[in-house]
Design a binder for this molecule. Structure first.
Ligand code: AHM
Ligand code: MG
Length: 329
C-alpha cells in the first residue's frame, strides 16, 4: 500500500479496511474478505470468553487431551467451537484443519477455501492470565467446488497461503494479518466492539537484540543451537520467553528478535505444528521483511505430509535468523 494511503487509513475499522483493499486480492470476489470478517467476529467472541476466564469457572483442564497429546483446556475447546461455527455459518470455507481435531472437518462443500487454525495457542498460559493467541492460515481449495475434498486441498505448502494472521489476546487484543501485500495490525476497542487499524504496514526490524527460546531444554539442543544461544549471550542480547508463540512472535515483530523452537530430546522434530502454527507466522514474518526456517529450509516450502506435522521453527528478524542458520551442523 502507498505511504499516503496508509497514513490516511490509521484508525479505520477492520471491515472498511478489508473492503478498501479487496481489489489487491487476485480472486477479488469478496469471499476472502468475508472469511476474514468471520474470523474477526469469532475472535471477538473468544476475546470476551478469554476476558471472562478469571470470573467464571471455565478454566482448568477438561481432562481430555488433544491429538498432539497436550493437556486441552476448556477455553481451547470453546475457541475451537467458536471458530468452527463462524466459518461453517459463513459458507466460504470447505474444510477446516484445527489443532483441536484429529482429522480435518468438512464445512460447506461449495466453499472455495481451506482454513488451518490453532484456535487458542499457548495453552499452558490460559489459566495464569498470560497472553495467548489464535493463529490462522487461508488456502484456496484445489479440487473443483462441489466435489469431495482431496488430500491436495488439505496438505498445501505455506507458499500456497492466500492470507494468514493471528489474534493476540494480550494487554490489548490485536488482529494482525497479511494477504501477501504487507502486514497490518488492528487493535480491538472493547467499548465499541470493533478492530481499528493501529499498526499499518508493519515491518520487522532487519536485526534485533532479543532471543526467545526455552532454555530449560538446553541440554538437549543440537550443537548448532547451543552455539547460537551462546553467541546471543556473548553479544549481550536479551532473553525473553513468554511460552505463548503469538506473544513472543508479536513482540519480536515490533522490536526485532528471533524465536526458536528447535528439535529437543522430548520433541525430536520440534514441538510446533507446521500447518496451523508455523506457516501462518512464516507468511506474516516474510511479508514484514523477516524470515522463517526450520534451521536450514524455508518453512513455507516444506511440503506437509500430515495434518499435525511438527517442525523446528526459527522465525524473526532477517539477520538474526540468517545468523542462527549459519551455525547449522
Ligand atoms: P500449544 O499449542 O499446546 O499451546 O503449544 C504451543 C506453545 C507455543 O505457544 C509456545 O511457544 C510453546 O508451546 C511453548 O512450549 P514450551 O513450554 O515447551 O517452551
Ligand atoms: Mg498451539
Amino acid at each position: 500500500m502507498e505511504q499516503s494511503r496508509i497514513a490516511d487509513s490509521i484508525g479505520i475499522p477492520l471491515d472498511r479496511f478489508i473492503k478498501n483493499n479487496q481489489e489487491q486480492f487476485q480472486y477479488a470476489s469478496g469471499e476472502l474478505s468475508q472469511l476474514l470478517r468471520d474470523i474477526a467476529l469469532a475472535s471477538k467472541v473468544v476475546n470476551r470468553e478469554v476476558n471472562k476466564a478469571g470470573l467464571i469457572d471455565i478454566m482448568g483442564a477438561l481432562g481430555s487431551q488433544n491429538t498432539a497429546g497436550d493437556n486441552q483446556q476448556k477455553l481451547d475447546v470453546l475457541a475451537n467451537i467458536r471458530f468452527t461455527r463462524a466459518l461453517s455459518k459463513g459458507g466460504e470455507a470447505c474444510a477446516l484443519i484445527s489443532e483441536e481435531t484429529e482429522s480435518y472437518v468438512d464445512l460447506n462443500n461449495d466453499g472455495k477455501y481451506v482454513i488451518a487454525i490453532d484456535p487458542l495457542d499457548g495453552s499452558s498460559n490460559i489459566d495464569v492470565n498470560v497472553s495467548i493467541g489464535t493463529i490462522f492460515s487461508i488456502y484456496r481449495r484445489r479440487s473443483p467446488v462441489g466435489t469431495v475434498i482431496q488430500e491436495e486441498d488439505i496438505l498445501q505448502m505455506g507458499t500456497d497461503q492466500v492470507a494468514a494472521g493471528y489474534i493476540l489476546y494480550g494487554s490489548s487484543t490485536m488482529l494482525v494479518y497479511t494477504t501477501g501485500h504487507g502486514v497490518n495490525g488492528f487493535t480491538h476497542d472493547p467499548t465499541l466492539g470493533e478492530y481499528f487499524l493501529s499498526h499499518p504496514d508493519m515491518r520487522m526490524p532487519d536485526d534485533g537484540k532479543i532471543f526467545s527460546i526455552n532454555e530449560g531444554q538446553a541440554l538437549s539442543f543440537a550443537p548448532s543451537v547451543t552455539k547460537y544461544v551462546n553467541y546471543c549471550k556473548e553479544k549481550g542480547y536479551t532473553g525473553r520467553y513468554i511460552g505463548s508463540l503469538v506473544a513472543d512472535f508479536h513482540r519480536n515483530l515490533l522490536k526485532g528478535g528471533i524465536y526458536i523452537y528447535p528439535a529437543t530430546a522430548k520433541d525430536k522434530n520440534g514441538k510446533l505444528r507446521l500447518m496451523y502454527e508455523c506457516n501462518a507466522l512464516a507468511f506474516v514474518a516474510e511479508q514484514a521483511g523477516g524470515l522463517a526456517t526450520d534451521g536450514r529450509n524455508r518453512i513455507m516450502e516444506i511440503r506437509p505430509s500430515a495434518l499435525h506435522q511438527r517442525t523446528p521453527f526459527y522465525v524473526g528478524s532477517k539477520e538474526m535468523v540468517e545468523k542462527a542458520c549459519s551455525f547449522a551442523d
